[in-house]
Design a protein around this ligand. Structure first.
Ligand code: ADP
Ligand code: MG
Length: 696
């Protein structure tokens, strides 16, 4: 068979199943496969053999180090490199890697956020190999994906609860499928994350302390044009960006990341990369790798990759759509088909997802809450902070008919057979692509659109998987003892009851409209506009009980997460406020003072000559007024920031940062941005939006 470059390079830096087969003795390979695919425990003698094969393979590929690669609560990935080097008694060297080093590591973890789970004197957590994610080589380092756990067994990372939630879903989905006479080996969630990002020039980035320190512009008046001409979306890709994207694809393919689609997004300088979907935890590992590669490779092209949810006001921010489905041995359970038995099963899973989203809308909302995403959600480009489910005309019609107990006419493709509607061809329904919904059914998967571009998708998927597991559990328990001849009828009535209860969450209209916010309130749907409103949902008693019931997070793990996320919010706003006062005091005020002095001197000279200098006088007056207002506001901001910093209770502190600090930051920004419109380019200390977004 003719091979091309891509298929030859794809996965060449991954310790794939094929490599394992080639390099491991047959019995060892078989044992390892069971560990990977069936979640069996790993024996140390097997681990030793696997570690040896991994090391030999890694050395051949030029690797010198290994690392346990994990995802602390910061959301990004962490690694500490150890070389394979060992010294023999005679001083000569040997390259070694043991099974113990493969399965367990002990990073000095005292500096990772734990939300109080682990005080520094008992700081040692450990990392444990996650054999379900493939090992790979990155920059000559053998990377072993791991979970990060405290010595008392609590999860200190994002991956552990995600894996636990996938187990919960697997267990409950199998109970449901057993009622349909099916016995799959494994039920797993599939995730395809669409990653949005900005690319700007390194020299512009380097001139903006706000971008460097916070990832977003804290100042900047509106550019002369925005994205209204819609010329960037899907437009031809600029050569520099194209070079970057090509290199990115190459690197990702070698790492086994199935990068598939790339294009320009709506805002100037904004782009998107979507991979082919994979099993949940692997897709998230690969998304994190993708984000890291984007940041690192951009610098080779004189560019900087911005992954913040809102680097620039006045144009779109960046999200990360979480495309999600459930598959039993690779067969998609959210794929409607035309046989009645399959349809019934599809309807059960569909109903469970709808009910899950309605019951746990608060946790889903909290899972995407962050200081960065607050600038995006509810703005006119991203879903509102209210969670609703979009089904499209066809499915909505069917759901309505199920609730009302009516039969739909065949034009709507929903004739009933055995009491089960005909669902063939729904996948082909492309007529309505609602982009304003938080949670949309798109043919054979759901798309959760609230996730922020820099977020780790583990939290959202953990909530979603557990919530769906809970509904599947309810169905399986309700139908467990129903005799075969009554199964269809009872299942349909369970579906009807559940859809009736959760109909309120279904909404096919415009999610951006003001009417929707009012309507959602009438329906009793929760609306948490900002992070401080949303985060406390995590520690509600019913939510603590929910995570505990499915073994996903225990109470102290849940509480620790809340504290850690609340702290993160306060810390980020504090850094932004500090950056603003730094820029105002050291850059903007000096520039404005210089400029106004320059004009004032001109005015004095003109007056001496008997000229009136009306415009210059007005300008210098406006500048002086602006300088005074900025001076007072930065004082007030610093005071408010200092006061918020002393509040001990995390919830109260979050509110103080939002209401006292963020509000003053906005006011300060407005004052400075107004001055930017008056000030000469020669004096203005940072590149403008016009330059950053359009002179590229
Ligand atoms: P868009 O929503 O922009 O039209 P696509 O339809 O191309 O995007 O799909 C976006 C993402 O959804 C891709 O990453 C794709 O792999 C993923 N995807 C497709 N089918 C599934 C599925 N069954 N489960 C999970 N993700 C999926
Ligand atoms: Mg999409």
């Amino acid at each position: 068979m003719l091979k091309n470059r891509v298929s030859e390079e794809f996965g060449s830096l991954v310790f794939t199943d094929l490599v394992m087969q080639e390099r491991l003795p047959k019995p060892t390979y078989k044992e390892l496969s069971k560990v990977i695919h069936e979640g069996r425990a790993l024996d140390l003698s097997i681990a030793n053999e696997v570690a040896h094969a991994m090391k030999e393979w890694a050395l051949e590929k030029g690797a010198t180090h290994f690392t346990h690669w994990f995802q602390p609560l910061t959301g990004i990935t962490s690694e500490k490199h150890d070389s394979f080097l060992t010294l023999k008694h005679d001083g000569t060297s040997l390259m070694t890697f043991s099974g113990k080093e493969l399965i367990q590591g002990e990073p000095d973890a005292s500096s990772f956020p734990s939300g109080g789970l682990r005080s520094t004197f008992e700081a040692r957590g450990y990392t444990a190999w996650d054999p379900s994610s493939p090992v790979f080589i990155k920059d000559e380092v053998l990377c072993i994906p791991t979970a990060f756990i405290s010595y008392t067994g609590e999860a200190l990372d994002k991956k552990t609860p995600l894996l636990r939630s996938m187990v919960a879903l697997d267990t409950q989905a199998k109970r449901v499928l057993a009622l349909f006479g099916k016995k799959p080996v494994r039920v797993a969630t599939m995730v395809g994350p669409e990653q949005e990002y900005f690319l700007i020039r390194e020299e512009d980035y380097a001139a903006r302390p706000d971008l460097i320190l916070t990832g977003r512009t804290l100042f900047g008046c509106a550019p002369s044009k925005g994205q209204e001409l819609e010329e960037h979306y899907f437009g031809a890709i600029r050569p520099t960006v194209n070079e970057f994207m090509k290199e990115l694809d190459d690197e990702l393919w070698k790492l086994g990341v199935p990068a598939k689609t790339k294009h320009n997004e709506a805002a100037p300088c904004q782009h998107e990369l979507a991979p082919i979907y994979e099993e949940g935890s692997i897709a998230i590992d690969n998304n994190l790798l993708t984000m890291e590669k984007m940041r690192l490779l951009a610098s080779r092209h004189g560019l900087v990759c911005l992954q913040h949810e809102r680097p620039f006001e006045y144009v779109n921010g960046s999200g990360k759509h979480n495309n999600w489905s459930v598959a039993a041995d690779s067969k998609n359970l959210l794929d409607p088909s035309d046989s009645p038995e399959e349809n019934l099963q599809f309807l059960v899973f569909l109903t469970c997802v709808i009910a899950a989203v309605d019951d746990h809308a608060d946790l889903l909302r909290a899972s995407v809450a962050s200081a960065g995403n607050d600038h995006r959600l509810g703005a006119n480009e991203a879903p509102p902070a209210i969670i609703s489910v979009f089904l499209g005309n066809d499915l909505s019609g069917i759901v309505k008919a199920l609730i009302d107990g009516t039969t739909l006419c065949s034009a709507n493709r929903a004739t009933m057979d055995l009491g089960v509607p005909q669902l063939a061809d729904i996948t082909q329904d492309t007529t309505d692509r609602n982009r304003t919904s938080a949670f949309a059914f798109t043919g054979n998967k759901f798309e959760f659109r609230m996730c922020g571009s820099q977020q780790n998708l583990s939290d959202s998927n953990t909530v979603l998987n557990t919530a769906v597991a809970e509904q599947l559990d309810a169905f399986a328990s309700a139908l467990a003892d129903v005799p075969a001849e009554k199964f269809v009828e009872q299942a349909m009535s369970w579906i009807k009851a559940s859809l009736t209860e959760h109909e309120r969450v279904i909404f096919d209209g415009n999610g951006y409209s003001e009417e929707w916010a009012a309507e959602a309130q009438k329906r009793g749907l929760p609306n948490y506009p900002t992070t401080p409103d949303a985060l406390p949902c995590i520690v509600r008693p019913e939510n603590i009980a929910f995570f505990a019931k499915y073994g996903v997070l225990n109470e102290s793990e849940v509480r620790a997460r809340y504290v850690s996320y609340a702290e993160q919010y306060s810390k980020l706003i504090n850094i932004e406020a500090n950056t603003m006062s730094y820029m105002v005091r050291h850059m903007y005020l000096p520039a404005l003072i210089d400029y106004s002095k320059d004009i004032a001197t001109g005015v004095a000279t003109k007056l001496e000559l008997g000229l009136k200098a009306r415009a210059e006088k007005q300008l210098v007056e406006r500048l002086t007024g602006g300088i005074d207002a900025i001076f007072d506001t930065v004082d007030a901001l610093e005071k408010a920031n200092a006061a918020a910093g002393t509040i001990v209770d995390p919830e109260q502190q979050n509110y103080a940062y939002r209401d006292e600090v963020l509000a003053r930051m906005e006011h300060l920004r407005n004052l400075v941005d107004t001055m930017e419109q008056l000030c000469s380019h020669d004096f203005w200390p940072v590149p403008s939006y016009n330059k950053i977004l359009f002179y590229i």
